[in-house]
Each structure stands twice: as C-alpha cells, then as structure tokens.
Design a protein around this ligand. Structure first.
Ligand SMILES: [Zn+2]
Length: 326
C-alpha cells in the first residue's frame, strides 16, 4: 500500500456528507447521524489544514490501510480506546475466518495430479491469494492461481478477496491463460487505484500432463524432472499497474513424478540478519527431496525454513504449493 489519493478521499467524504444531510432533512433527527456529520466535517477540515492522517494523540502517521477502510479515524493503532481495540480484534477474527473459508482443500488428487499447499498469514489476515479452480464442463483442465497483493493487513486481504471473485468468474469463460491474465489486469486496474497491484501466477494443467504457465511478476516457479531443475521465467508485469498489459505463456509437459513448485516471496525473502532464504537454497532442497510426496515435501521445507530463521518471526505472508503428476 503506497498511499492514498487525498482528492479522491475528499470527494468521497463530501459525497458521504451529502448523503447524511439528505437523511437529516426528515422530521425526526437521529442523534447518531448528527454526530457522524460532525465527524465527516472534522475529517474534511483535517484534509484542508494538512493534518489528515496524523494521529491526534501522538502525531505519528495513521496506518494507511486503516484509513482506506475507514477515512474517519483519528488515531493510530497504538491509541485506540479499549473498546475500539476489542472491536478491531473481533473484526480481524471474522476477517480471518472468511479468508480461511475461501481457501481450496489443501490436499487434493485432481485430474491426474497430486496437489498440496501450505498457506499462512504473517498477521491475522493474508494478502496472498491461493486457489484451485476446476473449469467445470467447459474443459478438463485444472487451474491453479497463486498471487501476492501489494500491501499488508486488512486492505490487502480485501484486495485478495476481490481477485478471488474475479478468477472464479473468469476461469469458466475458457479463455487462454494469457488472455485471462490480461483481462484480470484490466479489471483490477479499472476497479482500484494504481497503488493496488498483485503478482500472479496461473497454471493450467491438462489431464495428459500438458501444462501452461502465465506468470505476471510472481516468484519464478521451479520445474523438477529426472534431468534436473528449471526456473520458469516470468511472462510480464504484475497485474493492475497498467490497464493494457500483454502476457506470454510457457508450455511444458509433466511426466509421471515430475513436479512444479510454486511459492510466494514469504519463502525466498524470509530474512535472518542480512541473509535471505533465497532461491538457491530452495533449488538445492528441491534437488534433494524431489522423490517426496507434495505434502511431505512441503512439511520438510517448512522445517528447513524454521531452522533457517531460528527464533526470528516471519514477517511476510507465506504460500507454498507443489503439483506432482501421478
Ligand atoms: Zn498515536
């Protein structure tokens, strides 16, 4: 999340103000609307005098993702009242269970593939997107989508929900995955501000082992077969930055026991002191453990990550997925 557009925010607040004033024109004036109007006016005033987005208690900047969700807030997270703190915690618990309910089953045998994934938020909610979509009657292909949304916290998790809704409706259209990616980029660009973008990876897997991958700036997937390990190159920019983006795709063929390793930067950019986990460590691990089932591979990789980090907590959302041809 790289900021918010004050002009846009201001016109949104003026719109709210008009709506409240309309509601207040009736005979009975509800007190909470009068108070709400005061708050909107106070926010507009803060925009005009340049103090908007600054905590009234400590003068530190208020978290931007919170302002995008509620433009009326006046204090930073450290200065919420006990009641507000409790409400926020309750909201996060709800957001977390909504997000969990949207995840696919994490251990699946589908279309001749064995798929397992691990998905873990750094905070209460995650900005990583992970989905397995069956195209239904229109095709016998299986679609896997992995993404990482800009920013963190609630705003990122909302954008992630938006992406999921988009792909659930786009995939059944039967477009090529390059077109699918370009369309998703345009939709995201048109529906959100330019500070909202996502790296994204789409894998289309057919029953006969034929695989297509379209990668919009996401971490490079690894393709592991008898001959070794290959990084699959990216096919374009993250989605949502430019409305008119074009994407290529990579085709390959998985034989029995070949596998694809997909991950988010929460793995490779996990950092201890000045050292990152890195792709080389991942490649070495993959080379030594390619005979494992997807679940055992990921379980062992998580232990490797934990050993690497020691007692340093992870700071980014993490998604790992392995797709193995049976
Ligand atoms: Zn504060």
């Amino acid at each position: 999340m790289e900021g918010y557009d004050l002009n846009q925010l201001k016109s949104q607040l003026v719109w709210r103000k008009n709506k409240i004033q309309e509601a207040l024109s009736g005979h009975i004036v509800p007190m909470h609307l009068v108070n709400l109007l005061k708050e909107v006016d106070s926010a507009l005033e803060r925009i005009d005098n340049g103090t908007y987005g600054i905590c009234v208690v400590c003068n530190d900047p208020i978290e931007q993702d919170r302002l995008l969700v509620d433009p009326l807030i006046k204090v930073c997270l450290d200065h919420l009242t006990n009641n507000q703190q409790k409400e926020l915690e309750d909201d996060l618990v709800v957001a977390n269970s909504i997000q969990k309910a949207m995840l696919p089953k994490n251990d699946q045998q589908l279309n001749g593939y064995e798929i397992y994934y691990h998905y873990d938020a750094a905070g209460v909610v995650s900005g990583d997107y992970c989905d397995i979509i069956d195209a239904g009657s229109s095709s016998d292909a299986l679609y896997v989508v992995l993404g990482d949304v800009s920013g963190k916290g609630i705003a990122a998790s909302m954008l992630m929900t938006h992406l999921r809704a988009m792909f659930q409706s786009l995939v059944p259209l039967g477009l090529s995955i390059s077109h699918l990616m370009a369309k998703a980029s345009r939709l995201l660009c048109e529906s959100t501000s330019s500070t909202h973008y996502a790296t994204l990876l789409i894998v289309k897997a057919e029953k006969n082992g034929s695989i297509e991958i379209c990668n919009a700036g996401h971490c490079l997937p690894l393709y592991v077969n008898n001959y070794g390990i290959k990084k699959i190159e990216s096919n374009g920019m993250p989605i949502g930055i430019f409305c008119e983006s074009e994407y290529g795709l990579t085709s390959l063929n998985l034989d029995k026991n070949d596998m694809l390793i997909l991950y988010s930067d929460g793995l490779t950019e996990a950092t201890k002191k000045d050292e990152m986990f890195g792709t080389e460590r991942l490649e070495a691990f993959a080379k030594d453990n390619s005979e494992l089932s997807p679940k055992n591979f990921i379980d062992k990789l998580l232990v490797e990550l934990k050993n690497f980090l020691g007692d340093i907590p992870r700071s980014d959302d993490l998604t790992l997925m392995v797709i193995k041809r049976k």
